[in-house]
Design a protein around this ligand. Structure first.
Ligand code: AMP
Length: 414
């Protein structure tokens, strides 16, 4: 059998791990600036945790979860999203005594989707949540945070923030009723997928990618006609605050988000450079979810962003490698080389040697690695008790005594 990785999974190394670490660092820095605490939850949970709130009809539950029965007949699921495990962790660890609770996490999620560019079966998400406040300022804080993180990671990318309001329970009941009625009268032109959703989850027809569905959705009832006074106020306050903060946004009345538990504010960041999987980040309010999971009746809001999609838009950082390469040309000079190694280690200078005893190969490797300097050990150096150090950026070459090496490498003008 040929050795291979599972479809839709990938190993992270080289440039990707560098980007991954850069993303994690920027996320943590921004999280701490706004006093969010990190939580890591297990990658599997009891299946009920997800099937109950995600809604029996949502795509994730119907076909995308990796679920299995454990030896003692417990049904477990690899987490497909982070919000429910975070809430579970907040409840089971009694973190909801001091509200609001501001938490964040970074880690892998699992969904059995059809793999394509930007869509994998194991992928990594960044997740932020604020539990315990209805205040529109929490929506603003989370959008501001997502904006800061994405702008720092993608300073040149053309990303767009879209927002919408799904209103409260009353809004949604009335809106769903009128959507069902409208789509039933246009049933013949809808895609098969959408026909199935008319009675169960008509909101999802609004974000269908099928051209005919999109055309029909254009004239469908609009949610803002159904917003209650309170929901309208929440939405208007949010928009004014975003304007004040000079955060550009578009209103998209068809933005509904995939999961059933959203209400009031929903938002997404999209990019035109990602192909069909164009959503980088998505979030919204879920005021009834914590109670549904067995916690207190408190509101919540959060967002999740896909690390792999951010990486696709990130530029590689052109870095000068500070590791000094060493070219040892002959085994005869091993002791002299060890003497250099001891010095470099004691002075905490990182170095690399390719075990090749070959000047040309050492130079080639140093150039490929973008090393700034190479130290040469050959006949002349050994006999004269010095080391030749070449700056690979400027071409300048110096013959130095060992005790001069540290200062030379740390002199920024060299
Ligand atoms: P969601 O939980 O579906 O709202 O997803 C939040 C974010 O996670 C999306 O905006 C994507 O950036 C990312 N994401 C979701 N599903 C996948 C996937 N299968 N592969 C890679 N990234 C994903």
């Amino acid at each position: 059998m040929k050795l291979r990785s599972v479809r839709g999974t990938h190993d992270i190394f080289g440039e990707k791990i560098e980007k991954f670490n850069r993303i994690s660092n920027i996320v943590s820095t921004n999280a701490h600036l706004k006093d969010f605490n990190e939580i890591q939850t297990p990658i599997f949970e009891f299946s009920d945790l997800f099937s109950k709130p995600l809604g029996e009809q949502s795509d994730v539950v119907l076909k995308e979860m990796y679920s299995f029965e454990d030896r003692n007949n417990e049904f477990l699921t690899l987490r497909p999203e982070y919000t429910t495990p975070m809430i579970r962790a907040a409840i089971t660890n009694n973190l909801l005594n001091d509200l609001p609770l501001k938490i964040f996490g970074i880690g892998p999620m699992f969904r059995r989707e059809r793999p394509q560019k930007g869509r994998y079966r194991q992928f990594n998400q960044i997740n932020f949540e604020i539990l315990g406040t209805k205040d529109f300022l929490a929506d603003v804080e989370l959008i501001l945070l997502s904006n800061n993180i994405l702008r720092q990671l993608l300073p040149k990318s053309n990303i767009r923030l879209q927002i919408n309001s799904l209103g409260d329970k009353k809004t949604l009941i009335n809106f769903k009723k009128s959507l069902t009625k409208y789509f039933n009268t246009h049933k013949k032109k809808l895609s098969e997928e959408s026909i199935k959703k008319i009675d169960t989850n008509p909101l999802r027809i609004l974000d269908s990618k099928n051209d005919e569905d999109i055309e029909i959705a254009k004239s469908s009832p609009k949610i803002y006609e159904y917003l209650t006074i309170e929901a309208k106020k929440h939405y208007e306050n949010l928009k004014s605050a975003l304007n004040l903060l000079e955060i550009n946004f578009e209103e998209n009345t068809n933005l509904v988000r995939g999961l059933d538990y959203y209400c009031n504010t929903v938002f997404e960041y999209k990019s035109d450079n990602l192909g069909s999987q164009d959503t980088l980040l998505g979030g919204g309010r879920y005021d009834g979810l914590i109670k549904l999971l067995g916690g207190p009746d408190i509101p919540g809001i959060g967002w999740a962003a896909g690390i792999e999609r951010i990486e696709l838009l990130m530029e590689s950082e052109k870095k000068i490698n500070s590791t000094v390469h060493i070219a040892l040309t002959n085994e005869k000079f091993t002791d002299y080389f060890l003497y250099l190694q001891k010095y470099l280690s004691e002075n905490r200078i990182s170095y690399y040697w390719n075990y090749k005893y070959n000047l040309k190969k050492s130079f080639t490797k140093a150039n490929i690695s973008s090393a700034s300097h190479i130290i040469i050990i050959g006949e002349n150096e050994y006999n004269g008790n010095f080391f030749t150090i070449k700056n690979l950026m400027t071409g300048e070459q110096k013959e130095l005594k060992l005790n001069q090496v540290f200062n030379h490498l740390n002199d920024k003008s060299r």
